[in-house]
Design a protein around this ligand. Structure first.
Ligand code: GLN
Length: 449
Protein backbone atom coordinates (compact mmCIF):
# COMPACT_ATOMS: atom_id res chain seq x y z
CA UNK A 1 0.00 0.00 0.00
CA UNK A 2 2.79 2.43 0.88
CA UNK A 3 4.55 1.72 -2.41
CA UNK A 4 1.35 2.32 -4.32
CA UNK A 5 0.61 5.54 -2.44
CA UNK A 6 4.10 6.82 -3.28
CA UNK A 7 3.67 5.84 -6.93
CA UNK A 8 0.21 7.46 -7.04
CA UNK A 9 1.63 10.71 -5.68
CA UNK A 10 4.61 10.61 -8.03
CA UNK A 11 2.41 10.14 -11.11
CA UNK A 12 -0.15 12.87 -10.51
CA UNK A 13 0.61 14.25 -13.97
CA UNK A 14 -1.47 11.40 -15.42
CA UNK A 15 -4.53 12.84 -13.63
CA UNK A 16 -5.83 9.29 -13.13
CA UNK A 17 -7.28 9.97 -9.67
CA UNK A 18 -9.93 12.60 -8.95
CA UNK A 19 -9.72 11.97 -5.20
CA UNK A 20 -6.80 10.29 -3.42
CA UNK A 21 -7.58 8.58 -0.11
CA UNK A 22 -4.09 7.73 1.14
CA UNK A 23 -4.97 8.03 4.84
CA UNK A 24 -8.01 5.82 4.47
CA UNK A 25 -5.86 3.30 2.55
CA UNK A 26 -3.31 3.23 5.38
CA UNK A 27 -6.06 2.57 7.95
CA UNK A 28 -7.53 -0.18 5.78
CA UNK A 29 -4.06 -1.73 5.33
CA UNK A 30 -3.55 -1.82 9.10
CA UNK A 31 -6.89 -3.53 9.65
CA UNK A 32 -5.98 -5.91 6.86
CA UNK A 33 -2.70 -6.84 8.59
CA UNK A 34 -4.62 -7.70 11.75
CA UNK A 35 -7.03 -9.92 9.84
CA UNK A 36 -4.14 -11.66 8.16
CA UNK A 37 -2.39 -12.24 11.48
CA UNK A 38 -5.63 -13.67 12.84
CA UNK A 39 -5.72 -16.09 9.90
CA UNK A 40 -8.81 -14.42 8.42
CA UNK A 41 -7.47 -13.18 5.08
CA UNK A 42 -10.04 -12.57 2.32
CA UNK A 43 -9.55 -13.17 -1.41
CA UNK A 44 -8.17 -9.64 -1.90
CA UNK A 45 -6.56 -9.14 1.47
CA UNK A 46 -4.34 -6.05 1.45
CA UNK A 47 -4.56 -5.53 -2.32
CA UNK A 48 -4.54 -1.78 -3.18
CA UNK A 49 -7.23 -0.95 -5.72
CA UNK A 50 -8.64 2.18 -7.33
CA UNK A 51 -12.39 2.76 -7.60
CA UNK A 52 -13.94 4.45 -10.64
CA UNK A 53 -15.57 7.65 -9.41
CA UNK A 54 -18.97 6.39 -10.53
CA UNK A 55 -19.24 4.03 -7.54
CA UNK A 56 -20.67 5.64 -4.42
CA UNK A 57 -18.20 5.36 -1.58
CA UNK A 58 -19.38 6.06 1.96
CA UNK A 59 -18.11 9.43 3.19
CA UNK A 60 -15.77 9.87 0.21
CA UNK A 61 -16.67 12.41 -2.49
CA UNK A 62 -18.24 10.78 -5.55
CA UNK A 63 -18.37 13.02 -8.62
CA UNK A 64 -19.11 10.91 -11.74
CA UNK A 65 -16.56 13.43 -13.15
CA UNK A 66 -19.36 15.99 -13.31
CA UNK A 67 -19.54 19.45 -11.80
CA UNK A 68 -23.14 18.71 -10.87
CA UNK A 69 -22.06 16.22 -8.20
CA UNK A 70 -19.28 18.38 -6.79
CA UNK A 71 -19.03 17.88 -3.03
CA UNK A 72 -21.45 14.91 -2.97
CA UNK A 73 -20.40 12.51 -0.22
CA UNK A 74 -22.65 9.46 -0.32
CA UNK A 75 -23.91 8.21 3.03
CA UNK A 76 -23.64 4.63 1.71
CA UNK A 77 -21.24 2.30 -0.10
CA UNK A 78 -22.08 0.73 -3.48
CA UNK A 79 -22.60 -3.02 -3.27
CA UNK A 80 -19.64 -3.78 -5.53
CA UNK A 81 -17.10 -1.54 -3.76
CA UNK A 82 -18.45 -2.83 -0.42
CA UNK A 83 -17.85 -6.42 -1.55
CA UNK A 84 -14.27 -5.56 -2.50
CA UNK A 85 -13.70 -4.08 0.96
CA UNK A 86 -15.27 -7.17 2.53
CA UNK A 87 -12.77 -9.29 0.58
CA UNK A 88 -9.95 -7.32 2.23
CA UNK A 89 -9.10 -4.80 -0.52
CA UNK A 90 -7.51 -1.45 0.26
CA UNK A 91 -8.84 1.57 -1.67
CA UNK A 92 -6.35 4.17 -2.88
CA UNK A 93 -8.87 6.65 -4.23
CA UNK A 94 -11.48 7.53 -6.83
CA UNK A 95 -10.52 7.29 -10.48
CA UNK A 96 -11.22 9.75 -13.27
CA UNK A 97 -13.68 8.99 -16.09
CA UNK A 98 -15.70 10.63 -18.82
CA UNK A 99 -18.51 12.70 -17.31
CA UNK A 100 -21.28 10.30 -16.25
CA UNK A 101 -19.34 7.61 -18.18
CA UNK A 102 -20.31 9.17 -21.51
CA UNK A 103 -17.33 9.03 -23.80
CA UNK A 104 -14.47 7.02 -25.24
CA UNK A 105 -11.51 9.26 -24.47
CA UNK A 106 -11.78 10.51 -20.88
CA UNK A 107 -11.75 14.00 -22.36
CA UNK A 108 -15.27 14.87 -21.19
CA UNK A 109 -14.35 14.80 -17.48
CA UNK A 110 -14.99 18.01 -15.55
CA UNK A 111 -11.80 17.11 -13.66
CA UNK A 112 -9.58 17.23 -16.72
CA UNK A 113 -8.11 14.78 -19.20
CA UNK A 114 -6.30 11.60 -18.22
CA UNK A 115 -3.02 10.83 -19.99
CA UNK A 116 -2.34 7.34 -21.30
CA UNK A 117 0.99 6.18 -19.76
CA UNK A 118 1.94 4.62 -23.12
CA UNK A 119 3.87 6.71 -25.65
CA UNK A 120 4.12 6.15 -29.38
CA UNK A 121 7.68 5.24 -30.42
CA UNK A 122 7.20 7.05 -33.74
CA UNK A 123 5.69 10.25 -32.27
CA UNK A 124 7.01 10.32 -28.69
CA UNK A 125 5.83 13.88 -28.01
CA UNK A 126 2.19 13.05 -28.68
CA UNK A 127 -0.11 12.78 -25.62
CA UNK A 128 -2.46 9.85 -26.04
CA UNK A 129 -5.92 9.31 -24.58
CA UNK A 130 -6.37 6.31 -22.28
CA UNK A 131 -9.78 5.56 -23.82
CA UNK A 132 -12.99 5.88 -21.90
CA UNK A 133 -15.05 6.08 -20.04
CA UNK A 134 -13.00 4.07 -17.50
CA UNK A 135 -9.83 5.88 -18.61
CA UNK A 136 -8.57 6.70 -15.11
CA UNK A 137 -8.96 3.05 -14.14
CA UNK A 138 -7.06 1.80 -17.20
CA UNK A 139 -4.30 4.38 -16.89
CA UNK A 140 -3.86 3.68 -13.15
CA UNK A 141 -3.50 -0.07 -13.67
CA UNK A 142 -1.14 0.40 -16.64
CA UNK A 143 0.99 2.94 -14.72
CA UNK A 144 1.14 0.60 -11.69
CA UNK A 145 -0.56 3.12 -9.40
CA UNK A 146 -3.26 0.57 -8.57
CA UNK A 147 -3.04 -3.23 -8.68
CA UNK A 148 -6.52 -3.36 -10.11
CA UNK A 149 -9.49 -1.07 -10.51
CA UNK A 150 -13.22 -1.14 -10.89
CA UNK A 151 -14.72 -0.07 -14.18
CA UNK A 152 -18.20 0.18 -15.59
CA UNK A 153 -19.20 -0.63 -19.13
CA UNK A 154 -22.36 0.55 -20.87
CA UNK A 155 -21.15 0.26 -24.46
CA UNK A 156 -17.45 -0.49 -24.16
CA UNK A 157 -16.14 1.58 -21.28
CA UNK A 158 -14.16 -1.23 -19.64
CA UNK A 159 -12.98 -2.97 -22.80
CA UNK A 160 -11.88 -0.05 -25.01
CA UNK A 161 -9.72 1.67 -22.34
CA UNK A 162 -8.28 -1.73 -21.34
CA UNK A 163 -7.23 -2.18 -24.98
CA UNK A 164 -5.80 1.35 -25.24
CA UNK A 165 -3.72 0.91 -22.07
CA UNK A 166 -2.52 -2.67 -22.59
CA UNK A 167 -4.37 -4.20 -19.65
CA UNK A 168 -7.19 -6.73 -19.21
CA UNK A 169 -10.80 -5.92 -18.38
CA UNK A 170 -14.08 -7.77 -18.46
CA UNK A 171 -17.64 -6.56 -18.72
CA UNK A 172 -19.51 -9.45 -17.16
CA UNK A 173 -22.99 -10.59 -18.18
CA UNK A 174 -25.65 -7.96 -17.46
CA UNK A 175 -26.90 -8.84 -13.98
CA UNK A 176 -23.71 -10.55 -12.79
CA UNK A 177 -22.74 -7.60 -10.56
CA UNK A 178 -25.12 -5.38 -8.63
CA UNK A 179 -25.64 -1.86 -9.94
CA UNK A 180 -26.76 -0.62 -6.54
CA UNK A 181 -24.85 2.50 -5.57
CA UNK A 182 -23.34 3.03 -9.03
CA UNK A 183 -24.33 6.38 -10.56
CA UNK A 184 -26.75 5.35 -13.32
CA UNK A 185 -26.10 6.16 -16.99
CA UNK A 186 -28.22 3.67 -19.03
CA UNK A 187 -29.69 1.20 -16.59
CA UNK A 188 -30.45 -1.62 -19.04
CA UNK A 189 -26.81 -1.61 -20.22
CA UNK A 190 -24.62 -0.53 -17.26
CA UNK A 191 -22.45 -3.28 -15.75
CA UNK A 192 -19.53 -3.13 -13.33
CA UNK A 193 -16.41 -5.17 -13.93
CA UNK A 194 -12.74 -5.53 -13.01
CA UNK A 195 -9.74 -4.01 -14.80
CA UNK A 196 -6.37 -5.52 -13.92
CA UNK A 197 -2.93 -6.51 -15.13
CA UNK A 198 -3.91 -9.93 -16.41
CA UNK A 199 -6.71 -12.43 -16.85
CA UNK A 200 -6.10 -14.19 -13.53
CA UNK A 201 -6.31 -10.95 -11.54
CA UNK A 202 -9.58 -10.11 -13.31
CA UNK A 203 -10.97 -13.57 -12.50
CA UNK A 204 -10.11 -13.17 -8.79
CA UNK A 205 -11.52 -9.63 -8.64
CA UNK A 206 -14.74 -10.53 -10.44
CA UNK A 207 -15.27 -13.38 -7.97
CA UNK A 208 -15.28 -10.82 -5.18
CA UNK A 209 -17.48 -8.27 -7.02
CA UNK A 210 -20.21 -10.55 -8.41
CA UNK A 211 -23.34 -11.96 -6.86
CA UNK A 212 -27.03 -11.44 -6.38
CA UNK A 213 -28.08 -8.33 -4.50
CA UNK A 214 -31.66 -7.92 -3.29
CA UNK A 215 -31.16 -4.14 -3.63
CA UNK A 216 -30.82 -4.41 -7.45
CA UNK A 217 -33.78 -6.22 -9.00
CA UNK A 218 -31.83 -6.74 -12.23
CA UNK A 219 -28.97 -8.53 -10.48
CA UNK A 220 -29.18 -12.24 -11.23
CA UNK A 221 -29.92 -14.77 -8.50
CA UNK A 222 -27.12 -17.01 -9.75
CA UNK A 223 -24.29 -18.65 -7.85
CA UNK A 224 -20.84 -17.12 -8.46
CA UNK A 225 -18.47 -19.75 -9.86
CA UNK A 226 -14.79 -19.91 -9.00
CA UNK A 227 -13.62 -18.01 -12.08
CA UNK A 228 -9.95 -18.61 -11.34
CA UNK A 229 -10.51 -22.37 -11.44
CA UNK A 230 -11.62 -21.98 -15.07
CA UNK A 231 -8.05 -21.02 -16.05
CA UNK A 232 -6.99 -24.55 -16.88
CA UNK A 233 -5.11 -23.60 -20.04
CA UNK A 234 -6.96 -26.36 -21.90
CA UNK A 235 -9.10 -25.06 -24.76
CA UNK A 236 -8.82 -28.09 -27.03
CA UNK A 237 -12.00 -28.75 -28.97
CA UNK A 238 -13.57 -25.36 -28.32
CA UNK A 239 -15.17 -23.57 -31.24
CA UNK A 240 -14.33 -19.91 -31.67
CA UNK A 241 -16.66 -17.76 -33.78
CA UNK A 242 -15.17 -15.17 -36.13
CA UNK A 243 -17.98 -12.82 -37.18
CA UNK A 244 -17.65 -11.74 -40.79
CA UNK A 245 -19.53 -8.48 -40.17
CA UNK A 246 -16.69 -7.31 -37.91
CA UNK A 247 -14.42 -7.00 -40.95
CA UNK A 248 -15.85 -3.82 -42.47
CA UNK A 249 -14.20 -2.17 -45.47
CA UNK A 250 -11.53 0.11 -44.20
CA UNK A 251 -10.63 -1.94 -41.13
CA UNK A 252 -6.99 -1.06 -40.64
CA UNK A 253 -4.20 -3.50 -41.47
CA UNK A 254 -2.85 -3.49 -37.94
CA UNK A 255 -6.24 -4.45 -36.48
CA UNK A 256 -6.70 -7.20 -39.07
CA UNK A 257 -3.20 -8.48 -38.31
CA UNK A 258 -3.75 -8.68 -34.55
CA UNK A 259 -7.06 -10.44 -35.11
CA UNK A 260 -5.37 -13.01 -37.42
CA UNK A 261 -2.68 -13.49 -34.80
CA UNK A 262 -5.34 -14.20 -32.18
CA UNK A 263 -7.03 -16.75 -34.43
CA UNK A 264 -3.64 -18.39 -34.97
CA UNK A 265 -2.90 -18.62 -31.24
CA UNK A 266 -6.24 -20.27 -30.56
CA UNK A 267 -5.69 -22.77 -33.40
CA UNK A 268 -2.28 -23.68 -32.02
CA UNK A 269 -3.88 -24.28 -28.62
CA UNK A 270 -6.33 -26.74 -30.16
CA UNK A 271 -9.45 -24.63 -30.70
CA UNK A 272 -11.28 -24.43 -34.02
CA UNK A 273 -12.15 -21.09 -35.63
CA UNK A 274 -15.57 -21.02 -37.30
CA UNK A 275 -16.84 -18.19 -39.48
CA UNK A 276 -20.16 -16.90 -38.15
CA UNK A 277 -22.61 -14.21 -39.16
CA UNK A 278 -24.14 -11.55 -36.92
CA UNK A 279 -26.28 -9.93 -39.61
CA UNK A 280 -27.71 -7.04 -37.59
CA UNK A 281 -24.31 -5.73 -36.48
CA UNK A 282 -24.57 -2.60 -38.61
CA UNK A 283 -27.61 -1.43 -36.65
CA UNK A 284 -25.94 -1.73 -33.26
CA UNK A 285 -24.41 1.74 -33.10
CA UNK A 286 -27.58 3.65 -34.10
CA UNK A 287 -29.63 1.46 -31.76
CA UNK A 288 -27.29 2.15 -28.85
CA UNK A 289 -27.29 5.88 -29.52
CA UNK A 290 -31.08 5.89 -29.12
CA UNK A 291 -31.44 3.51 -26.17
CA UNK A 292 -28.51 4.82 -24.09
CA UNK A 293 -29.37 8.55 -24.35
CA UNK A 294 -33.06 7.77 -23.72
CA UNK A 295 -32.24 6.04 -20.46
CA UNK A 296 -29.66 8.68 -19.59
CA UNK A 297 -32.14 11.54 -20.05
CA UNK A 298 -34.45 9.83 -17.59
CA UNK A 299 -31.71 8.90 -15.08
CA UNK A 300 -30.19 12.38 -15.14
CA UNK A 301 -33.51 14.09 -14.40
CA UNK A 302 -32.73 13.65 -10.70
CA UNK A 303 -29.97 16.29 -10.74
CA UNK A 304 -32.20 19.20 -9.89
CA UNK A 305 -30.02 21.29 -7.60
CA UNK A 306 -31.98 20.12 -4.56
CA UNK A 307 -31.00 16.55 -3.92
CA UNK A 308 -27.31 16.30 -4.82
CA UNK A 309 -24.17 18.36 -5.14
CA UNK A 310 -24.27 21.64 -7.03
CA UNK A 311 -26.96 24.31 -6.70
CA UNK A 312 -27.04 27.61 -8.58
CA UNK A 313 -29.67 29.91 -7.04
CA UNK A 314 -32.38 31.31 -9.32
CA UNK A 315 -35.33 33.68 -9.07
CA UNK A 316 -37.87 30.84 -9.19
CA UNK A 317 -37.70 27.05 -8.79
CA UNK A 318 -37.63 26.59 -12.58
CA UNK A 319 -34.91 29.18 -12.91
CA UNK A 320 -32.85 27.36 -10.28
CA UNK A 321 -33.25 24.02 -12.13
CA UNK A 322 -32.17 25.61 -15.39
CA UNK A 323 -29.19 27.45 -13.95
CA UNK A 324 -28.01 24.43 -11.98
CA UNK A 325 -28.26 22.04 -14.91
CA UNK A 326 -26.70 24.51 -17.35
CA UNK A 327 -23.74 25.04 -15.03
CA UNK A 328 -23.48 21.42 -13.89
CA UNK A 329 -23.56 19.37 -17.08
CA UNK A 330 -20.85 19.38 -19.75
CA UNK A 331 -21.45 19.44 -23.53
CA UNK A 332 -21.51 15.67 -24.14
CA UNK A 333 -23.95 15.07 -21.29
CA UNK A 334 -26.25 17.83 -22.56
CA UNK A 335 -26.10 16.34 -26.06
CA UNK A 336 -27.20 12.95 -24.68
CA UNK A 337 -30.00 14.48 -22.61
CA UNK A 338 -31.32 16.32 -25.67
CA UNK A 339 -31.19 13.24 -27.93
CA UNK A 340 -32.76 11.10 -25.22
CA UNK A 341 -35.57 13.55 -24.53
CA UNK A 342 -36.27 13.83 -28.25
CA UNK A 343 -36.47 10.07 -28.91
CA UNK A 344 -38.76 9.56 -25.92
CA UNK A 345 -41.12 12.43 -26.71
CA UNK A 346 -44.66 11.88 -27.96
CA UNK A 347 -44.68 11.52 -31.73
CA UNK A 348 -41.08 10.26 -31.89
CA UNK A 349 -41.23 7.44 -29.38
CA UNK A 350 -42.54 4.87 -31.88
CA UNK A 351 -40.28 5.98 -34.69
CA UNK A 352 -37.08 5.86 -32.63
CA UNK A 353 -37.20 4.37 -29.15
CA UNK A 354 -39.68 1.61 -29.76
CA UNK A 355 -37.99 0.73 -33.08
CA UNK A 356 -34.58 0.67 -31.40
CA UNK A 357 -35.89 -1.77 -28.77
CA UNK A 358 -37.03 -4.12 -31.54
CA UNK A 359 -33.69 -3.92 -33.32
CA UNK A 360 -31.93 -4.54 -30.02
CA UNK A 361 -33.85 -7.80 -29.79
CA UNK A 362 -32.69 -8.82 -33.28
CA UNK A 363 -29.08 -8.08 -32.36
CA UNK A 364 -29.40 -10.27 -29.26
CA UNK A 365 -30.97 -13.06 -31.33
CA UNK A 366 -28.01 -12.97 -33.74
CA UNK A 367 -25.78 -13.90 -30.81
CA UNK A 368 -28.17 -16.59 -29.54
CA UNK A 369 -28.04 -18.25 -32.97
CA UNK A 370 -24.26 -17.91 -33.23
CA UNK A 371 -23.79 -19.53 -29.84
CA UNK A 372 -25.57 -22.65 -31.11
CA UNK A 373 -22.50 -23.10 -33.32
CA UNK A 374 -19.61 -21.79 -31.23
CA UNK A 375 -18.49 -21.53 -27.58
CA UNK A 376 -16.93 -18.10 -27.69
CA UNK A 377 -16.47 -15.26 -30.22
CA UNK A 378 -13.19 -13.49 -31.00
CA UNK A 379 -13.09 -9.92 -32.37
CA UNK A 380 -10.85 -6.87 -32.12
CA UNK A 381 -11.74 -4.67 -29.13
CA UNK A 382 -11.51 -1.31 -30.89
CA UNK A 383 -10.93 -0.13 -34.47
CA UNK A 384 -7.61 1.59 -33.61
CA UNK A 385 -4.88 1.93 -31.01
CA UNK A 386 -5.01 4.86 -28.55
CA UNK A 387 -5.36 8.15 -30.44
CA UNK A 388 -3.89 11.56 -29.72
CA UNK A 389 -5.67 14.02 -27.47
CA UNK A 390 -6.21 16.38 -30.37
CA UNK A 391 -7.57 13.71 -32.76
CA UNK A 392 -11.14 12.39 -33.17
CA UNK A 393 -12.46 14.91 -30.72
CA UNK A 394 -14.28 17.52 -32.82
CA UNK A 395 -16.96 15.30 -34.24
CA UNK A 396 -19.02 13.33 -31.71
CA UNK A 397 -19.96 10.69 -34.28
CA UNK A 398 -16.30 9.85 -34.99
CA UNK A 399 -15.85 9.40 -31.27
CA UNK A 400 -18.91 7.15 -31.10
CA UNK A 401 -17.39 4.86 -33.78
CA UNK A 402 -14.84 3.67 -31.24
CA UNK A 403 -17.42 1.31 -29.85
CA UNK A 404 -18.46 -0.56 -33.01
CA UNK A 405 -17.04 -3.84 -31.74
CA UNK A 406 -18.11 -3.54 -28.11
CA UNK A 407 -21.64 -2.15 -28.34
CA UNK A 408 -23.41 -5.20 -29.85
CA UNK A 409 -22.29 -7.28 -26.85
CA UNK A 410 -23.66 -4.63 -24.49
CA UNK A 411 -27.03 -4.53 -26.24
CA UNK A 412 -27.21 -8.31 -25.93
CA UNK A 413 -26.11 -8.25 -22.27
CA UNK A 414 -23.28 -10.73 -22.91
CA UNK A 415 -19.90 -10.98 -21.20
CA UNK A 416 -16.99 -9.43 -23.12
CA UNK A 417 -13.34 -9.42 -22.12
CA UNK A 418 -10.52 -7.39 -23.64
CA UNK A 419 -6.96 -8.56 -23.33
CA UNK A 420 -3.68 -7.22 -24.70
CA UNK A 421 -2.67 -8.97 -27.91
CA UNK A 422 0.48 -7.19 -29.05
CA UNK A 423 1.85 -3.85 -30.14
CA UNK A 424 1.41 -1.95 -33.39
CA UNK A 425 4.24 -0.45 -35.45
CA UNK A 426 4.35 2.54 -33.08
CA UNK A 427 4.74 0.33 -30.03
CA UNK A 428 1.16 0.90 -28.83
CA UNK A 429 -0.98 -1.88 -27.37
CA UNK A 430 -3.84 -3.47 -29.29
CA UNK A 431 -6.61 -5.50 -27.68
CA UNK A 432 -8.68 -8.51 -28.64
CA UNK A 433 -12.18 -9.14 -27.36
CA UNK A 434 -13.67 -12.50 -26.34
CA UNK A 435 -17.46 -12.66 -26.09
CA UNK A 436 -19.27 -15.45 -24.26
CA UNK A 437 -22.71 -16.90 -23.68
CA UNK A 438 -24.81 -15.30 -20.94
CA UNK A 439 -23.32 -16.14 -17.51
CA UNK A 440 -20.52 -18.16 -19.11
CA UNK A 441 -17.65 -15.91 -18.04
CA UNK A 442 -15.78 -19.13 -17.22
CA UNK A 443 -15.31 -20.07 -20.87
CA UNK A 444 -14.30 -16.49 -21.67
CA UNK A 445 -11.67 -16.58 -18.90
CA UNK A 446 -10.49 -20.03 -19.96
CA UNK A 447 -9.90 -18.96 -23.57
CA UNK A 448 -8.36 -15.62 -22.53
CA UNK A 449 -6.06 -17.28 -20.01
N1 GLN B 1 -18.37 5.29 -25.39
C1 GLN B 1 -19.72 4.88 -25.14
C2 GLN B 1 -20.57 6.08 -24.81
O1 GLN B 1 -20.06 7.13 -24.86
C3 GLN B 1 -19.75 3.86 -24.04
C4 GLN B 1 -19.59 4.46 -22.71
C5 GLN B 1 -19.70 3.43 -21.63
O2 GLN B 1 -19.59 2.24 -21.85
N2 GLN B 1 -19.96 3.93 -20.42
O3 GLN B 1 -21.72 5.98 -24.50
Amino acid sequence: TEAHIRAMEAKRDLNAYITETADLAREQAKASDLRRQAGKAGALEGIPLGIKDLFCTKGVQTTAASRILQGFKPPYESTVSGKLLDAGAVTLGKLNLDEFAMGSSNMTSAYGKVTNPWKSTTEPAKQLVPGGSSGGSAAAVAARIAMGATGTDTGGSIRQPAAFCGITGIKPTYGRCSRWGIVAFASSLDQAGPMARDVRDCAIMLGAMAGHDPKDSTSAPMPVPNFEAALTGDIRGLKVGIPKEYRPDGLSDEIQAVWEQGIQWLKEAGATPVEISLPHTKYALPTYYIVAPAEASSNLARYDGLRFGLRVEGKTLDDMYKKTRAAGFGAEVRRRIMIGTYVLSAGYYDAYYSKAQKVRRLIAEDFTKAFQQVDVILTPTAPSAAFGMDENTDDPVTMWLNDVFTIPTSLAGLPGLSLPAGLNASGLPLGLQLIGRPFDEETVFKVAG
